[in-house]
Design a protein around this ligand. Structure first.
Ligand SMILES: [Zn+2]
Ligand SMILES: [Zn+2]
Length: 494
């Protein structure tokens, strides 16, 4: 009888599996070179099948190695780790800015945190240490860095959802698991024992990577400083929309069929796209087709430029689209694209960030401003002297111009009231000394256009900028954001 009573004070730890796969794949020691270690693991994961992995471990997964007691302990331990993970993720996501901070980090920093997570998971007291990686093809640096780091946020979100959906040890199915469940006997009888291996690894990965990020935020580490600066000095929506834009950047242009506009992924099944061979050889220019029939159908259009000029339709996301680096989901980019479309031409410069139709009701003064701006795309704003003469305000710096115009778009379409202060402060600073203009004249005009509250908003921002030692919000923001976005040189191509 006595032996059946569970001894809660004893320290019990399930047995460990010996390292099998890390040995088999000859993986470098993580302490020696973490990047190399990860690269070798990613290659091993990509080249091995679920059956390969199960073959290695199957004889450890039957009753001769683990007793039911071991398994029970293992499940208890897993659930307690999952509870901790859920608690941390909930608090991170409730803080509100976690995903924005993450997306704004530069890629080297993101990679470092993910590596910390993987290292932590491999060193954690799980049953199988780093060998668990072979069962978790989704938890890789390349996967989690996908879409500018959105892959990581999506993963955390799914982990949290699944942990909250059950009080039992939660299971997030992955592609390895799906492959393994479709294997014939005897392999598929072991997969139930594999789920704690997968989940333990995933949970410890989340714990370690989150700890690494939170540590950097708390200590204002070198790599985190620039991002925190933006978060503290920017209206939330600007930081959010920039983070969003960053996450949808493409690293290379898409290939689309010039006729049906489909991408190779749309068609699938390893389809080989063709190029117009004369354009390729004579102009070194590629016009893509998914099939001969598409090429035939498009000929009447393509023949006008074929061999003469490197001209394509500039389909969305392809090399010929000046905004190819941007993904599809960013509203600011959509705004720019649609503008180009409305005019019946592609966007060729920042001047095309116009003001768009108003969603609310503009004052008569703002209505006049919008009409003048639409008619004069080179001008960033029209100011008026006391005697009613028009002064064209034009910004040279491409970064400042973009921020100014995004703010302008929000205000003139009345889709939000933030950004008016930044726009006003910038014009007051740059234009007050202009012949015929003064601070008061500019403020009076802006109040007429955007409401009596405008001056108060601008003065408040001026005070804030002074306190932060900045000339204006827009200039300070550009300086800070260069840590995250580089020098805005990419805008030069617009
Ligand atoms: Zn086609
Ligand atoms: Zn051609």
């Amino acid at each position: 009888m006595a032996s059946a009573i569970k001894d809660h004070t004893a320290v019990e730890k399930p047995k460990d599996l010996p390292p099998l796969l890390s040995k088999k794949f000859n993986i470098t020691d993580v302490k020696q070179d973490a990047l190399k270690w990860n690269k070798e693991w990613e290659a091993a994961i990509a080249s091995s099948t679920a059956a390969d992995v199960l073959k290695e471990i199957s004889h450890f997964l039957d009753d001769s190695f683990f007793t039911p007691k071991d398994i029970e302990l293992f499940h208890e331990d897993l659930r307690s780790v999952q509870d901790r993970v859920a608690e941390i993720l909930r608090s991170l996501f409730n803080e509100g800015h976690f995903d924005t901070i993450w997306l704004l980090l530069n890629v080297a920093e993101k990679r470092r945190h993910i590596l910390e997570g993987l290292k932590g998971a491999s060193e954690a007291p799980t049953l199988w240490g780093q060998d668990c990686r072979a069962l978790c093809p989704e938890v890789t640096v390349s996967n989690l860095l996908s879409q500018g780091g959105k892959g990581f946020i999506d993963f955390l979100t799914r982990v949290l959802e699944i942990s909250e959906s059950s009080i039992k040890p939660a299971f997030l199915p992955n592609s390895w698991w799906e492959q393994a469940s479709n294997l014939p006997n005897p392999w598929n009888k072991f997969i139930d024992e594999c789920f704690p291996l997968i989940e333990h690894h995933a949970s410890h990965f989340v714990l370690s990577s989150a700890l690494s990020i939170v540590g950097d935020i708390t200590n204002r580490s070198e790599g985190m400083k620039g991002v925190l600066h933006i978060m503290e000095n920017t209206e939330g929506y600007v930081a959010r929309s920039l983070a969003q834009a960053k996450s949808t950047f493409r690293d290379k242009p898409l290939i689309r069929c010039e006729n049906c506009t489909k991408t190779p992924e749309d068609i699938g099944q390893g389809v080989r796209f063709m190029v117009c061979s004369v354009c390729k050889t004579k102009l070194n220019f590629e016009v893509h087709y998914c099939s001969q029939s598409c090429q035939k159908q498009d000929w009447s259009l393509h023949k006008k430029a074929c061999v003469k000029k490197p001209v394509s339709k500039g389909l969305r996301g392809t090399k010929g689209d000046s905004l190819w680096a941007f993904g599809d989901s960013d509203p600011a980019v959509e705004l720019i694209r649609n503008l180009g479309k409305k005019e019946g031409r592609g966007l060729t410069s920042l001047r095309d960030i116009g003001v768009n139709p108003c969603k609310g009701k503009r004052s008569p003064a703002a209505e006049r401003q919008a009409e003048m701006l639409e008619a004069n795309r080179n001008v960033d704003y029209f100011l008026f002297t006391a005697s009613g003469e028009t002064v064209r305000f034009v910004i040279d710096d491409p970064g400042a111009r973009m921020i100014f115009r995004i703010n302008r778009g929000v205000i003139m379409t009345q889709t939000g009231d933030t950004g008016l202060d930044a726009m006003g402060e910038y014009m007051v600073k740059l234009m007050s000394g202009y012949p015929g203009l003064s601070r008061d004249i500019i403020l009076k005009q802006l109040c007429e256009e955007h409401g009596a509250d405008t001056t108060k908003q601008i003065v408040r921002l001026e005070r804030k900028s002074r306190e932060c030692g900045k000339s204006t919000f827009i200039e300070g923001w550009l300086k800070d954001s260069s840590n995250v976005f580089g020098d805005w040189a990419w805008l030069g191509s617009l």
